[in-house]
Write a protein that binds this ligand. Structure first.
Ligand code: FHN
Length: 449
């Protein structure tokens, strides 16, 4: 009798614990399901425009008539400018040539599907209509215009996702202290938080404005390396903004392992990263406009970078730095339009694809995939007229994406699938061959994908 009693008690205990954990595991499963679904458009779109635009754009890399070393948007700290002197730039910020529709059109013609623009960079100047401070583009400049309103409307009209960058580190905030507080010659980076709760309230007020006024699809945080920014702060902000909009995507730069995707910068992880990731990169060497930085990357490099990101399952966020007058520099526009021309023919190999099915790098280029299709982005066109692909599937057909009707001769060998190619590559940078097959990719190393 006694044994039966104890068996019942033990059984009830396990049942109770199980019921406790059930909601937790259910909630965890739901949260991961929601994260996967909210990321779908972003993982499909692959290619976005980063825009660094602020008071520093007006300075263009100069201070007191002299060029300043470092990135354009770091002028305030690189030139050790006291806050009140840097703020004088507001008097000259009057971007009379700004045209939101034109900026979005350039992004669209480049094949970019989303825009991430700086609402507030480290300098603390707010490029949006905010009630939290007068230090903003509407109240503090002769322009008295809200570019974020105009851009978010233009994005909606042209079918581009509007997304926003927001720096946690704030070189103008009374709640953060410069690294070197020498009043005449301050160095700001990294600041130290001197009042977390006050600054978090300021952040929340502004993030609420950015989400409610512009319906941003994604928050790209930055500057979380400042001193005194805690894991609790990161979780508090993440929970606050995703509470306002559960579909909001958040990058990993709230730091402390908080966020939805990785953000390698100015480099592309050779084999990609596990999970969702996005490489951000400049067209020259500065994010914010600098007259003197004309070290532009070539069209070829940029197209190959995009392909490399996609083949690793990642996105490519390519930056433009408009001038203080609101013009995207022509060398940047020229390169973006060249990428758009490539994507017009080969976009099917980038948008909506997943990372390469192959475990080793390909000698002739890269690969991406969709169910039933492998796309080979061939950057080294073979002189011998054929390539060998490390797959052992009996395929349905292979063809050039640029000429779908001309099926290519193929043969299955012990070394994989040999594809015979025309003498001349359809594209000087990267030509795409499509392989259609049934089932899963069977790689020659025996794995099934
Ligand atoms: O310090 C910033 C920099 O100015 C720029 O905004 C880049 C863009 O990813 N993020 C920080 C450097 O990692």
């Amino acid at each position: 009798m006694e044994k039966l009693y104890y068996k019942k008690v033990i059984g009830m205990t396990f049942l109770f614990i199980g019921l406790l954990f059930l909601p937790l595991s259910f909630l965890k499963a739901q949260s991961s399901k929601n994260k996967k679904s909210k990321m779908e458009w972003w993982e499909h779109d692959r290619f976005g425009m980063f825009i660094h635009w602020g008071l520093y754009s007006e300075a263009a890399g100069y201070w007191n008539g002299k060029p300043v070393n470092g990135a354009g948007e770091w002028l305030m700290t690189d030139a050790h400018i006291p806050r009140n002197q840097y703020a004088q730039l507001t008097k000259h910020f009057d971007p009379v040539d700004f045209n939101a529709a034109q900026w979005v059109k350039i992004a669209k013609e480049a094949g970019m599907k989303y825009i991430v623009i700086t609402t507030k960079h480290h300098d603390g100047f707010c490029m949006f209509n905010t009630k939290a401070t007068q230090y903003n583009v509407v109240d503090a400049t002769p322009w008295h215009t809200d570019p974020m309103k105009l851009l978010s409307e233009a994005c909606k009209k042209q079918g581009i996702k509007f997304c926003t960058y927001y720096s946690i580190m704030d070189w103008h905030s009374p709640f953060q202290q410069a690294d070197d507080t020498n009043a005449a010659h301050p160095t700001y980076n990294p600041t130290t938080m001197i009042n977390n709760s006050e600054y978090l309230s300021y952040m929340k007020e502004q993030l609420h404005e950015i989400i409610s006024q512009y319906h941003t699809h994604l928050l790209w945080f930055d500057g979380g390396w400042m001193k005194g920014w805690t894991a609790d702060d990161a979780h508090e902000i993440y929970n606050y903004i995703t509470g306002l909009d559960p579909n909001l995507i958040v990058n990993n730069r709230l730091e402390h392992e908080v966020g939805d995707y990785g953000t390698p910068e100015q480099k592309i992880p050779v084999r990609g990263l596990p999970g969702p990731w996005e490489t951000c990169m400049t067209l020259n060497n500065t994010w914010g406009y600098k007259t003197l930085d004309t070290d532009w990357k070539s069209d070829t490099t940029l197209i190959l970078n995009l392909i490399h990101c996609a083949s690793g399952g990642g996105n490519f966020l390519l930056n433009v730095g408009p001038t203080g007058k609101g013009i995207i520099p022509q060398p940047e526009v020229d390169r973006l339009l060249a990428m758009g021309r490539w994507l017009k023919i080969n976009g099917d190999a980038i948008y909506g694809t997943d990372r390469t099915p192959f475990h080793e790098a390909l000698p002739f280029g890269y690969a991406t995939q969709k169910p039933g299709k492998v796309f080979l982005e061939i950057t080294q066109w073979p002189s011998g007229g054929k390539i060998s692909v490390p797959m052992r599937n009996k395929i349905k057909r292979a063809y050039l994406l640029a000429d779908k009707h001309d099926h290519l001769k193929t043969e299955l060998t012990s070394n994989g699938l040999v594809i015979h190619l025309p003498v001349t590559a359809p594209d000087p940078v990267a030509s795409v061959v499509v392989i259609e097959y049934n089932g899963k990719v069977k790689t020659i190393d025996g794995a099934d994908n």
